[in-house]
Write a protein of this length. Structure first.
Length: 216
């Protein structure tokens, strides 16, 4: 199902406004993938995807509000730092949320969700798993290569050498093959598409290899 998301609680309306202004005013120009669109697109952004999965997974309304709050903040650390930005985002959320009526235990829960999106960590709670699934929703979508291209361009702008096409796609293939969706609803919706994208990557690598051997 395609759900357009609009903030549905008074606190989320404040969060939405704050995050939109933050991305507009402070996100560095070199951020190509983890941009406002990645978080805020009304149907494909992480906020919208988290909301969709939350509804499919039938979590409580309180947990859904906290999950969506974490989705809004999860990439705000890119404003300060490209690598290892999750702790920065968690601290930013902590400072802002207490000012708009989030209780201390709610803030901690939001921060834990944000920290769980670090690819080197494994999510533990149901809401953490939902946020991680929402963050990598594109792996099982038709527009996968568009977003992979944006990630590559963002790395290039940051001065990372991504000129070796075969090396880039091998890295992408390795990542997508080891990735797993955690929630049953996301497995049902995206796993088939993810396997299709793995096949598309293999074909792309095969074509690159043939070119390098002068067979094309």
């Amino acid at each position: 199902m395609t759900l357009r998301y609009k903030p549905h609680t008074p606190r989320l309306k404040i969060v939405d406004l704050y995050i939109r202004e933050l991305f507009r005013d402070e996100l560095p120009e070199g951020i190509k993938y983890h941009d406002a669109n990645h978080t805020l697109h009304p149907t494909k952004g992480v906020v919208a995807s988290a909301n969709r999965i939350a509804i499919s997974e039938n979590i409580s309304e309180r947990d859904r509000e906290l999950l969506i709050t974490a989705a809004y903040f999860h990439d705000t650390g890119y404003i300060r730092e490209y690598e290892k930005n999750e702790p920065i985002a968690a601290r930013m959320a902590g400072r802002i949320l207490k000012l708009i009526g989030y209780k201390p235990n709610e803030v901690v829960k939001v921060q834990e969700m944000i920290l769980s999106t670090d690819l080197e960590r494994k999510p533990k709670t149901h809401v953490e798993k939902i946020l991680c699934d929402a963050d990598l929703d594109h792996l099982g979508r038709e527009d996968f290569f568009k977003f992979d291209g944006k990630l590559r361009e963002g790395r290039r702008v940051k001065g990372i050498d991504v000129s070796d096409e075969a090396k880039w796609y091998k890295g992408t293939l390795e990542f997508i093959k080891t990735h797993q969706y955690y929630t049953e609803s996301q497995k049902k919706l995206r796993e088939k598409g993810k396997q299709k994208n793995i096949k598309r990557l293999l074909k792309k690598l095969e074509t690159i290899e043939k070119k390098s051997r002068g067979q094309i």
